[in-house]
Design a protein around this ligand. Structure first.
Ligand code: SF4
Length: 350
């Protein structure tokens, strides 16, 4: 398989979260061993963009809450200055939002933000978003809208994500209407944990989402609900807040043996483990215990039904060419001793 050359990455800017959502691996501590707790620093972000000029887009949210990162404003300013698009589409809870951070989000043009709001009333919302406040989230959405008007900016584009449970399915209509009032796109989603507050009105949820649970979705469609995530190993790999290559946003079992802050995104995305994982995902290599995908239910489902990743064949040659070019540039810089022979010193404490 040819090497990859991603121009987009997912970069965890905070693995801390103040909420205690019952099914979330951040709240239960399941992420601790592989991801740890920390923040992306502005210094490491600048370092990363300096040494990876091919990067055009960075997604900043994943397992934690980006608004808890004390350097978020500086990170957004750096991306803006360098013309790199930044998004927060894996989700924010928007419960704690310092005014300076909200101002920076609008002023520096965070392109889009997905807000996790699983209800249309305070009581329903707090059933899953434990420690969260519906009123505070809505007030923060309104504040962002006011800042967008003040700066005459369409950004961030706001999306209301509603994970459907038994306790909130009756508020789907009200939430959709409220999202429209607030200028937000509405996106209902199936829960990944069907044992917590399972849907009751199956017909209604099926009409809305094509299935009442992810298990039913798989039976009906022949593929796992979030199976597209696996493409991140090719197109937009997940990098941890401390630079370690995690491959995809689902992975919290281990890293892929390289640090993007040290060796660069292209080299980390083409580590031996990443290459083996990609071959596993297309069904061309056996599972290996040291590859995080081997612990993932999505890989198990793929293996069970031979539902292997299919990559667009038409762009195969082009991707190979681009990847070789990027790797060549990296190697050239290394051989010529540019940036101190490597990418410069690692700037995060181990
Ligand atoms: S199998 Fe799981 S861990 Fe591996 S890329 Fe797909 S979603 Fe990520």
């Amino acid at each position: 398989m040819p090497p990859v050359s991603p121009t987009r990455i997912l970069l965890e800017s905070s693995s801390h979260c103040q909420l205690r959502c019952p099914s979330c691996p951040t709240a239960t501590g399941a992420i601790d061993a592989a991801i740890g707790r920390g923040f992306l620093t502005a210094r490491n972000f600048e370092h990363l963009l300096t040494h990876n000029p091919q990067l055009r887009e960075v997604e900043l949210s994943n397992y934690g809450e980006i608004l808890l990162n004390p350097e978020l404003s500086a990170i957004l300013e750096i991306a803006h200055r360098r013309g790199v698009i930044v998004r927060a589409d894996n989700g924010v809870n928007l419960n704690s939002a310092p005014e300076a951070a909200l101002e920076a989000i609008v002023r520096f043009g965070l392109r889009s933000m997905t807000c996790s709001i699983d209800g249309a009333s305070p009581e329903t919302y707090a059933t899953y978003r434990v420690r969260g406040s519906f009123d505070r989230v809505i007030a923060n959405v309104k504040r962002i809208n006011a800042l967008k008007a003040l700066h005459a900016s369409p950004y961030p584009v706001l999306l209301w994500q509603f994970v459907v449970f038994g306790h909130n399915e009756h508020e789907l209509g009200a939430a959709r209407a409220r999202a429209a009032e607030l200028g937000m796109t509405f996106h209902p989603k199936l829960s990944w944990d069907s044992s917590f507050s399972p849907v009751r009105d199956r017909a209604r949820v099926t009409a809305e989402l094509g299935a009442a649970t992810r298990e039913e979705f798989r039976d009906a469609k022949g593929t796992t609900y979030m199976s597209k995530i696996c493409h991140q190993l090719w197109d937009s790999p997940q990098v941890n807040w401390d630079g370690r290559m995690l491959g995809c946003c689902r992975n919290f079992w281990g890293d892929f043996g390289a640090n993007a802050f040290d060796v660069g995104v292209a080299a980390a995305a083409n580590s031996e483990k990443m290459r083996h994982a990609r071959r596993m995902l297309v069904g061309k290599a056996p599972a290996r215990d040291d590859i995080p995908c081997s612990s993932c239910e999505i890989y198990h489902a793929r293996a069970e039904s031979s539902d292997w990743v299919e990559r667009p064949a038409t762009s195969f040659r082009k991707r190979a060419r681009l990847a070789m070019r990027t790797l060549g540039r990296t190697l050239g810089r290394t051989l010529l001793g540019v940036s101190g022979g490597r990418m410069g010193p690692r700037t995060v404490a181990p």
